[in-house]
Design a protein around this ligand. Structure first.
Ligand SMILES: [Zn+2]
Length: 352
């Protein structure tokens, strides 16, 4: 805390005689002492008030102790008004106001994180504390950005950014500067968490921030620059239709983009392309574009599973558990009989 004073010109008095030159006419100066933080022009609160007199002839200053007591009391009352003191609180007022806004935005940000952790959606971004996920880490490897790429039942799949950050503020910076939209920013590996595990991770301060894009935008930046899928040079039946479906999914500017995407995925699936089959199954599970149909979803997931697609096998198992008359053991037997190799990895575990 620092201190300063401001002077108010409060007129003239003839009731005092200058000890130096004998002049009666004096200018009355009201003095308010105040405390401030860093900015002298922004007073926090007043600390004292006093009055001094300045001789109009020789400019000699008379302080309160050298003044007639009665005169001093009278000038003290007449020199100031309420306004002079109110403006000395302006810094305190602004300080409280900005603290309030900071607190309010902090609270609403935290509430947003809770909502996303509880009801995640595909393309949600999260800032994870890497130290809560692994036991051995380098000091600079603190934070990592994750993106939700799939939700099936209560299983949430995340991909992890290939970069580590030292500060939580990098979350917004990396997204706002389009860093996270780069084709190879996120690793291909899927880390699968249950909703309960995500909640636990949040409780352990393992999820520090979370944000949901609106349309394709977050923090003023495009979230996805392209579909991230590259069509190879070799012809694979259904692949081009799949890539085209992905592009339609992101064509937010078209009114019926999701319906067209569905049509492309259906064609791709029927041509036997496993990624198209999985995506089509997801349409039947979500029920946004077509009516929810678990049996259709299972049917397409099984076709993709028979092509040794691990993601399809995992999804089939999750959906099957929620579907009546679905016999999971029979599904596995069928896969093994067809020569499908079963390895599903869950290697990121929460430390408790
Ligand atoms: Zn004088």
């Amino acid at each position: 805390m620092e201190y300063s004073e401001s002077i108010i010109n409060s007129g003239v008095t003839y009731d005092h005689q200058c000890p130096c030159c004998g002049e009666q006419k004096h200018h009355v100066k009201g003095v308010i002492n105040y405390a401030y933080l860093m900015l002298e022009s922004l007073p926090l609160f007043p600390t004292a008030r006093s009055v001094k007199l300045e001789c109009s002839n020789c400019l000699h200053i008379t302080v309160s102790s050298d003044m007639n007591h009665e005169l001093y009391r009278r000038l003290l009352t007449s020199s100031f008004n309420v306004f002079h003191f109110v403006i000395k609180f302006i810094g305190a007022f602004l300080l409280i106001l900005s603290l309030f806004y900071w607190w309010q935005s902090h609270e609403s940000e935290q509430a947003g994180v809770e909502r996303i952790v509880e009801y995640p959606a595909v393309n949600d971004f999260m800032l994870l504390d890497h130290r809560q996920l692994v036991s051995d880490y380098r000091p600079s490897e603190k934070y990592r950005i994750a993106r939700v790429v799939d939700i099936t039942g209560d299983k949430v799949s995340l991909v992890m950014g290939n970069f580590f950050y030292a500060f939580t503020s990098s979350f917004r910076d990396a997204i706002a500067t389009n860093q996270t939209a780069a084709f190879n920013y996120f690793g291909k590996k899927h880390y699968v968490f249950t909703l309960a595990e995500l909640k636990q991770l949040r409780l352990n301060n393992g999820i520090l921030k979370a944000a949901r894009p609106v349309g394709n935008f977050l923090f003023g930046s495009f979230v996805i620059n392209d579909t991230g899928y590259r069509v190879g040079s070799a012809y694979i039946p259904g692949e081009r239709e799949y890539a085209s479906g992905l592009a339609y999914e992101q064509a937010y500017y078209l009114e019926d983009n999701m319906f067209r995407a569905f049509e492309k995925m259906e064609t791709s699936a029927k041509m036997g392309f496993s990624l198209g089959q999985i995506r089509l199954a997801e349409y039947y599970l979500a029920g946004d574009v077509v009516r929810t149909d678990f049996n259709q979803a299972l049917n397409w997931l099984e076709k993709a599973s028979l092509q040794s697609n691990e993601q399809a096998v995992r999804k089939y198992a999750t959906v099957c558990k929620q579907t009546k008359n679905c016999y999971l053991a029979g599904f596995y037997d069928n896969l093994i009989a067809s020569g499908v190799n079963l390895t599903v990895n869950y290697d990121y575990k929460i430390r408790k």
